[in-house]
Each structure stands twice: as C-alpha cells, then as structure tokens.
Design a protein around this ligand. Structure first.
Ligand SMILES: [Zn+2]
Length: 489
C-alpha cells in the first residue's frame, strides 16, 4: 500500500477493492450504531457522499480515509483490509460483483438491491446460480469431446436402423403427396408448392447474417435465404432442410447432441423429398437387377449433389436392396469429416469412438482417388482390409468449393450389383493398426529422421468447440437484428 502515503487523489483501483472497502466501512459504521448522517457530521461530508463510498462507487481520498479511521476508532489498515468483515458482507460483496459482470447483466434482469431484508440463504442461492452460469459459459455449448461423443452416439443409432428413418420418410412422402408430386426429380415449382403447403413464403435477401444458411421468421411465416449458391447447400436444399425442421416439429435444441440430431433429421428430410423413396426404390431395384447400381445415376436422375445421392443410397440400401455399405467424406489430406458404416469396415477412431477428424488409410479409395489421373471422374477400387475385401466407389465432387472425396463402399460379394466392378484397381490396407501407410519406409526414415520440422495446418474447424448458444455457431443477436429489420421493413 505504498501509494497511500503519496499525493492525493489516490489512485487506489489497483490496491483498493472499492466494494470490499465499502462493505467494511458500512459494517464498522453500523457496528458503532452510526447513521450515514452521524458519520458524515464527524468527517464533514454529506451522507450521500458516504453512501457512494459504501456502495463502492467512489474512491476515498487519503484525507477522508484518515478522517473515517479516526471517526470509527480504527487504524486506516483496518478499513483497507481486503477480507470482508463477515459472511453477510462477503455475500453482499460477491453479489455486487456478480451484478457488474456483463454475463450477469446480459440476462436483462432488474438490478437486485440487497436490503437487510434479503436473507443470507437467498443470496447464497443466487450466487450459486451465478457460479453455474459462469462455469457453463466457460464450457461453451459443446467441447470437442462432447461434439465427438454426440457424433459417435448418432452414428450408433443410424447403424442400428440401417440408416433408414421410417418416420422421416413418412413425413417427406406426406408433404410430397400434399403438393401432388408424382415422379422424377423435384421441380422448382414443387419446392415452391411445398413452402406454400407449410404456410410460408420465401424471401431472397443479400444481408443474411454470416453465421446462418437461412432464417425462418415463425411470426410472419417467412423463410429468408441468400441469393447465391453455396456448394451443395443450394437454396433448394436449404429450404427443404428448413421445412424439415417444421415438418418434424423440432423445438429449440437442448444441447449439442439435440442440435446435431435435429440437423441430421432435417438433412434427411431434405434428401427424402429430393430423392423420394417411392420413386428411388423402384429405380434402384431395377438398377440392381441390371447389375448397374451407381451413385452417379441416382445423382443425375434426381438432380442432386453426388454427396446427397451417395448418402441417400445408404438410407435405402439396407432396407430395400438387402445391402450393407459404408459412406465416407474426407478431404485431400485424408481427414474424415463424415462417415457411416454397417458393413463391418473399421474406421480409424479415437478412444471415444469418434471418427471425425481422424486420418484414414492411404490405401483406401477416398485417398487413392486424389492420386488418380482424373480425380474428378468416378474411381473404382477393391480394398483388402483386416475385416475383408470391399468394393469402393470414390468421387471428388468438382462443384464444391473445396475438394472432398465421397466414397460409397460395399462388401466384396455385393460388387456384382455395381457398375465398375470390372476394375483392376486393388490395394491392401492393414489400418487402423497396420503399418501400410503411417510409418515411412526405413530408408527414408533413416535419411530424414531429425531433419524434418513440419508446421501443421489447422484442421480443427469441424471439431473445434462451437461458440455457445442454443444454435451452436449462430450469432443470435445478429439473427434477431436481421429479423427485426426485415419484419418491419
Ligand atoms: Zn494404412
């Protein structure tokens, strides 16, 4: 407290906790049975000035500090002790600090003025809630661990059901039948009719907040979308995903797992509308009979992205074609962004069973396709693995802003139903435990060991903790401002 002997006015903010000081002052004054006026008279100040001190809103000058110490009959040090004089004062002090926290203030509650009538246990209760609020804020909505666990759980559920969700197929079929869909790819006018069927209108805007694909104004029943095409998230798909949330009666997500499940269901709904079960199943059955199953035909007939066609194939394959299969989406570096299997293939996984973010074997088709002379044509390959041989079809979708390989694979015996089965491409993988691709050849290892210093490229954007909020990654303030602007404009 060296600065206390310095010049006035004191700059005490570093040394003196104003709240604690105020608490202590009030405590000592009351202990001596003095009112604010009484004490004010003794130190020659207005009661309102002392009140400001007691509420931690003013810094005392050194002269006043000395005067107060004399008036209260304590050494100056006693007034300046950091520790609260008692439990009650400690609680009041903590609540005072809590209410000044922007996080607390952000709740928009009326300021709680703590009179002596508010009992200690009420203060303790409020502070307990505040403590929890803080720790939840610190945790965010989803840690990478929670996100991975939620993904693993979702995949387990999908596998259990052969990735076929009866109730979503039903909702999609009902919506399609309501607007008179009969067969083939979905026209723009049918999409429009679906939006109308759900009682909504579409508005194309340029100022959609950056963190969202679309916003639904449920009060005015409008869906706002951006004009531009966003890779596979075309306005058509985005609209149908939005309708999916409405058709499936989704509520505000409770947690990340809930958010993930809803998003997956909405995507499923969009795919089930764009590639309707009633039309796609006969088409695929015929292709199977002709031994000409292929993802690209499904893509072309229904005018969807390759990824959606491949994913949709997994929805229908087990249930209607009696096939097990796997699906992977990975980048050029082999990092897996999305995966599904019910054919026994073993994906690389972390201790929690999470596949997303893992690097897959160099021998797998999703990586080999990047090495093929024409990476954008469909690549066929047989892959021998510790759990058997698989026939895999991989494709890098050129319409995407970033290169991702989409792989659809089936066990060897099922290759006979697929186009491309005559391929001579064949690799052997010992992964995830083998040394087919992870360990460098001995000669190279000898030459370069100790001479390599690579700088890693961040790959965490799919796995990073998502910013907190009911809709992870979405800036709610931005969204509300947008809605307000457009609802009134
Ligand atoms: Zn390998």
């Amino acid at each position: 407290m060296a600065s206390l002997v310095g010049e006035e006015p004191l700059s005490l903010t570093q040394e003196l906790d104003l709240i604690a000081f105020g608490q202590r002052l009030r405590h000592l004054r009351k202990q001596r049975g003095l009112t604010l006026s009484d004490l004010g008279e003794r130190v020659g100040r207005a009661p309102s000035q002392l009140s400001l001190l007691e509420n931690g809103k003013r810094e005392p000058k050194l002269s006043l500090l000395k005067g107060l110490a004399v008036a209260l009959g304590v050494p100056v040090e006693e007034l300046l002790r950091r520790q609260a004089p008692n439990r009650r004062a400690q609680l009041e002090m903590e609540l005072e600090e809590a209410q000044r926290d922007p996080l607390y203030a952000g709740l928009g509650l009326a300021r709680l003025k703590v009179s002596s009538r508010v009992p200690n246990d009420v203060l303790e209760h409020i502070l307990g809630l505040y403590g929890e609020l803080r720790s939840r804020q610190a945790r965010g909505t989803a840690t990478p661990e929670e996100a991975r666990a939620a993904n693993a759980e979702l995949r387990r559920m999908q596998r259990e059901r052969g990735n076929h969700f009866e109730e979503i197929e039903k909702a999609a079929a009902e919506a399609l039948s309501a607007v008179g869909y009969r067969t083939g790819a979905l026209s723009q006018s049918t999409v429009q009719a679906l939006v109308t069927h759900f009682g909504y209108t579409v508005q194309t805007v340029q100022d959609l907040p950056r963190t969202v694909r679309s916003i639904t104004d449920m009060r005015n029943r409008r869906i706002y979308v951006k004009h531009e095409q966003l890779g596979m998230h075309t306005p058509r798909t985005i609209l149908l995903q939005t309708l999916g949330h409405l058709a499936l009666g989704h509520h505000k997500p409770r947690d990340f797992a809930d958010f993930l499940r809803q998003r997956t269901e909405a995507n499923y709904f969009a795919a089930a509308v764009l590639v309707p079960e009633a039309t796609a199943v006969p088409f695929l059955r015929e292709a199977k009979e002709d031994r000409a199953l292929s993802v690209e035909d499904l893509r072309d007939v229904f005018a969807v992205s390759y990824e959606m066609a491949a994913h949709r194939f997994t929805n229908l394959a087990t249930h209607f074609l009696d096939l097990t299969c796997h699906f992977v989406r990975n980048d050029a570096g082999g990092i897996i962004f999305k995966a599904y299997e019910n054919d026994g293939i073993v994906f690389p996984a972390d201790e929690q069973g999470a596949i997303e973010g893992q690097r897959m074997c160099l021998q797998w088709s999703g990586r080999q396709v990047f090495r093929s002379p024409d990476r954008f044509s469909v690549f066929y390959q047989y892959s021998d693995s510790p759990t058997g041989t698989y026939f895999c079809v991989a494709h890098v979708d050129p319409s995407r802003e970033r290169d991702f390989a989409i792989t659809l694979g089936v066990p060897y015996r099922e290759s006979r139903w697929f186009r491309g089965r005559e391929t001579t491409n064949r690799t052997r993988s010992n992964c995830p435990s083998g040394d087919c691709c992870r360990r460098p050849p001995a000669e190279l290892a000898q030459r370069w060991d100790g001479y390599a210093w690579p700088s890693a490229r961040g790959n965490s954007h799919v796995l990073a903790a998502l910013p907190p909020g009911s809709f992870p990654g979405v800036d709610e303030a931005d969204v509300y401002a947008f809605l307000e602007r457009h609802a009134t404009g």
